[in-house]
Design a protein around this ligand. Structure first.
Ligand SMILES: Nc1ncnc2c1ncn2[C@@H]1O[C@H](COP(=O)(O)OP(=O)(O)OP(=O)(O)O)[C@@H](O)[C@H]1O
Length: 336
């Protein structure tokens, strides 16, 4: 079975701007794969290239072995996308929006109606089936985007910031639902600014910056690349920082507390305690803090104008570039 997504040296240029720079990425069938990167990293461009909204400038892109341009229909039929923007036909009841979408992908009318009901139930807005998109709350709109992505029963589900701006309850509902879908065999590509979301859901993540792939790894592997901080409480304030250069990257003294940065806090801590006791310090407490995935992400993508959402309670959802809005409008699903 070919990979769910395979790109080789994928390039997209918008005039002088290289939004994707020789991006080679493979997502295996059945994976839950995260695409992380600051604003403007090229995540949406990558997705839009896969679904045929953006024409690549160079390189190759295949979905389940189908070339996204030469075999457009087969590739597109395999994908369900829940985009970042609300690009839904506002004039029809939402059940009809879903039927149109299924019909556009060649599903016969009676089956389309059944599927529409099924996915509306699955995302929990079946009772709103006769309402129009504009009448739904923000959270219900997000659910509808997911329902629309699912109505064709796609093998690859692409979620572009699915939980941007939604409340905690809905975020957890969506997490449960997408986890369930992945367990049922759907490959998932997720972009998110919520690092916690990626950490919780994804088997592997790719970190992108300025159109380039910085790294691909599991969340755990990424965290292991960071340093840990061992904070040690001391009975009295040391005059100078003890010499721990054998394993510490940095040692700082803050009153009667020492902060020691090491590679692997868990295995270094006993040695550190022995050394400090041998130097005559009395230790009152000790705490190890692992570098968070978020800190690693920031280190890898350091840039002045990045936006990282710091907690799931925040909902900083930046305005998209006007040009992207135009792209999104082109995919008035069920019509495009
Ligand atoms: N249609 C377009 N015309 C010109 N430039 C574009 C267009 N779409 C995107 N860009 C530019 O390409 C770069 C990548 O944008 P893209 O939207 O893919 O990033 P992103 O990683 O999805 O960002 P965000 O996290 O803000 O959604 C940005 O510099 C953006 O301004």
């Amino acid at each position: 079975m070919p990979p769910a997504i395979e790109t080789v040296d994928l390039v997209k240029e918008y005039g002088d701007l290289r939004a994707l720079q020789e991006l080679s990425l493979t997502v295996e069938e059945g994976e839950f794969f995260g695409l992380l990167g600051p604003n403007g990293a090229g995540k949406t461009t990558f997705i839009n290239t896969l679904v045929g909204l953006v024409r690549k400038t160079g390189g190759e892109a295949r979905v389940f072995g189908y070339d996204v341009e030469d075999d457009y229909q087969q590739a597109r039929d395999a994908i369900g996308v829940a985009p970042q923007e609300f690009n839904v036909d506002r004039f029809f009841p939402i059940r009809e929006v879903l039927e149109h979408k299924a019909g556009y992908h060649g599903i016969p009318a009676d089956e389309a109606a059944e599927r529409a009901d099924e996915v509306l139930k699955r995302v929990g807005i079946y009772d709103k089936r006769n309402e129009r998109f504009d009448w739904l709350s923000g959270g219900m709109k997000r659910r509808l985007l997911l329902a629309r992505a699912l109505v064709t029963d796609p093998d690859l589900l692409i979620l572009d910031e699915p939980t941007a701006g939604v409340d905690v309850q809905l975020r957890h509902d969506l997490w449960d639902l997408v986890t369930e879908l992945n367990e049922e065999g759907t490959t998932i590509l997720l972009t998110t600014h919520y690092i916690e979301e990626a950490e919780r859901l994804c088997d592997r993540v790719a970190i992108m910056n300025e159109g380039q792939k910085i790294t691909v790894a599991t969340p755990d592997e990424l965290k292991q690349r960071g340093t840990d901080t061992i904070a040690v409480g001391l009975e009295s304030t040391p005059a100078v920082a003890p010499d721990l250069k054998a394993y510490a990257h940095e040692t700082t003294v803050d009153g009667d507390r020492l902060e020691v940065r090491v590679d692997d806090g868990g295995s270094i801590a006993p040695r550190l305690l022995n050394d400090l006791e041998a130097m005559g310090y009395e230790i009152t407490d000790l705490e190890i803090t692992r570098t968070s995935l978020e800190e690693i992400f920031v280190d890898l993508t350091e840039r002045d104008d990045r936006t990282v959402t710091r907690s799931s309670a925040d909902s900083a959802d930046d305005e998209p570039p006007a040009s992207r809005e135009r792209d999104q409008e082109r995919e008035q699903e069920g019509v495009a």
